[in-house]
Design a protein around this ligand. Structure first.
Ligand code: ZN
Length: 319
């Protein structure tokens, strides 16, 4: 009797245990189909700035620029992303100069990658920055913040966006030739963005560019980003409202007009915003070195942009 009862109880409790196990396994499975999106890592971004500065000057059309492209390409490859080179010859006051924009396509939520040169009806969001540094003959200019911070930021952002569920395809665009070859006047500046927009216009694909977010000089330790007054108001508003929500005092309410790569897109009718801190004493001097840039500043811009992205996507994706 005791023995019989014992035998009857053991299989019953085993069955209960099995059901509990299967149910809990099911729960675990149901909760883990998508890995969590990693946060933007300002320290990693600063490491990329360090590597870029170690290359030295990265002036358009020089071996330094080629080395910068090699570094970016290696980083993208390590993430499993493909770099599409958009090479062109720019007519500059110093003569024809070979320049190259780098385009990296990150798929939208449906998982289908959009080829950079084509484009779906849904279009794409471009997040861009320049990787060239300004040429100075009198001193060595390594552009830690001006050229370095935007490049490093985009490399780190690509790592996050690669695993994020993006509402529409995102193109990470590393622009060449933002800096003037001689002096910022006429067309002696923004060569990469001008070529990019012209190429899209000629290909009839301008309409596929839904919006542009430009970052430039976002690594200054003393980060103070004013609203850029040429930028598209709704894009600026989303980013500054997000910064306010995240309690980031680095995004100031004051407004300043700044000429940058985003103007070429705005002229073509593409909504665009420039996130730039031109309030930088080391700007275009030999002092634009690694010690002026901080992981914290890169982190702030990364956090704000990633938090603003869902609202930007909502505006761009038609239901
Ligand atoms: Zn500059």
């Amino acid at each position: 009797m005791v023995e019989h009862s014992a035998r009857a109880i053991v299989p019953k409790s085993f069955a209960v245990w099995l059901v509990v196990l299967l149910v809990s396994l099911g729960c675990v499975q149901a909760q883990t189909p998508t890995p969590p999106v990693p946060a933007f890592d300002g320290a990693s971004a600063l490491e990329h700035v360090r590597k870029l500065v170690a290359i030295g000057p990265r002036v358009a059309g020089t071996p330094g620029a080629t080395k910068a492209r090699d570094y970016i390409t290696a980083q993208m490859k390590a993430l499993g992303l493909t770099v599409d080179e958009q090479a062109f010859e720019a007519a500059t006051p110093a003569g024809p100069t070979k320049m190259v924009n780098l385009r990296v396509a990150i798929p939208g939520g449906d998982g289908r990658s959009q080829a950079p040169s084509t484009g779906s009806g849904q279009g794409r969001l471009i997040i861009a920055g320049h990787y060239d540094t300004k040429r100075f003959r009198e001193f060595t200019f390594v552009g830690a913040n001006d050229g370095g911070s935007s490049t490093a930021f985009l490399i780190e952002l690509a790592r996050v966006l690669k695993v994020r569920t993006n509402a529409l395809p995102i193109e990470i665009l590393f622009l060449d030739g933002e800096e003037a070859v001689v002096e910022w006047q006429g067309t002696d500046h923004t060569y990469g963005s001008r070529h990019y927009v012209d190429a899209a216009r000629k290909a009839g694909t301008l309409g596929h560019i839904r919006a542009l977010v430009l970052v430039d000089m976002i690594g200054d330790r003393d980060l103070r980003i004013s609203r850029e007054s040429n930028s598209t108001p709704w894009l600026t508003d989303i980013i500054w409202t997000t910064a306010k929500r995240l309690k980031r005092p680095e995004f100031l309410e004051r407004e300043t007009p700044i000429e940058d790569d985003h103007l070429r897109f705005l002229e073509a009718g593409v909504p665009a915003v420039d996130i730039i801190d031109l309030d930088y004493p080391a700007w275009h001097t030999a002092d634009d070195t690694l010690d002026k840039v901080s992981a914290e500043s890169l982190q702030v811009v990364g956090d704000v942009l990633l938090a603003a992205l869902p609202d930007i996507e909502k505006r761009l994706v038609k239901p």
